[in-house]
Write a protein that binds this ligand. Structure first.
Ligand code: PMT
Length: 220
């Protein structure tokens, strides 16, 4: 078994999906449940790491032994993970982060009587948090990103993963095939891990706990 190979290591993990508010009662969100990030936190604790879990709208319970930081939006997640990363041996970005947020957050509930038959939302880009962490990474820190892709063709999926690695600049990228029934919210996952050069490190298909174990082998 993996034993206690992460004793003395501080691992920061983001989990769940960000929500970008439209008004006091509505948001733009995604289907991330937080299961993969929580599995990573559980596995890291079991191997002796100290874990900071940055949790965005989890649908599952966080392990009690983590240092828990609750966030809602991408900007809140950015502030929390940037702060925590300063003292981390490894940062794992399993959260599903909104690429865009509404330009305006309405102070009151948006009313259809006032809006009419169509509602056009103007969105603005959120910062690329993972790329920012890669730029400011301290020596020796291992930075692991995910790439959630719906591409069904395995060859094309790898091409997308390598392109994303080039944009993000992390140490490892976990390419995660996702769809209506896979990846998001399910108990199982299928991943291909790429290193910084885009070469395949490993492929795993199984429970989110088994996937988590293989990802943590990258930082042991
Ligand atoms: O939570 P579960 O239901 O268990 O589902 C797990 C999962 C499918 C959500 C997870 O395994 C996963 O793939 N997470 C990444 C989802 C995602 O946002 O992927 P992306 O390809 O859009 O982003 C690529 C990477 O950049 C991710 O590490 C993401 O955290 C990060 N990112 C994205 C946008 C942004 N503005 N800043 C970021 O840092």
């Amino acid at each position: 078994g993996p034993g206690a190979d992460l004793v003395g290591k501080h691992v920061v993990i983001t989990a769940g999906g960000t929500r970008e508010p439209l008004d006091p009662v509505r948001f733009l969100g995604n289907r991330s449940s937080g299961k993969q990030g929580v599995a990573l936190a559980q596995a890291a604790l079991a191997r002796g790491a100290s874990v900071t879990l940055i949790a965005a709208n989890l649908e599952v319970a966080a392990p009690t032994a983590v240092e828990l930081r609750l966030v809602g939006t991408a900007l809140e997640l950015e502030a929390a993970v940037t702060d925590a990363a300063a003292g981390a041996d490894a940062v794992i970005m399993a959260a599903a982060v909104a690429d865009y947020r509404p330009v305006q957050v309405s102070a009151g509930k948006i009313k259809k009587d006032e809006t009419g038959d169509t509602l056009l939302l103007e969105l603005t880009r959120n910062p690329d948090i993972l790329a920012g962490l890669a730029r400011t990474k301290r020596t020796g820190q291992v930075l692991i990103g995910f790439a959630a892709e719906t591409e069904p063709d395995p060859v094309r999926l790898l091409v997308l993963g390598r392109e994303k690695m080039a944009r993000k600049g992390c140490d490892f990228l976990v390419v995660n095939r996702v769809g209506w029934a896979e990846g998001f919210a399910s108990d199982r996952n299928a991943i291909t891990v790429l290193d910084h050069d885009g070469d395949i490190v490993c492929e795993v298909s199984g429970t989110k706990m088994s996937v988590a174990g293989r990802i943590l082998d990258l930082i042991g």
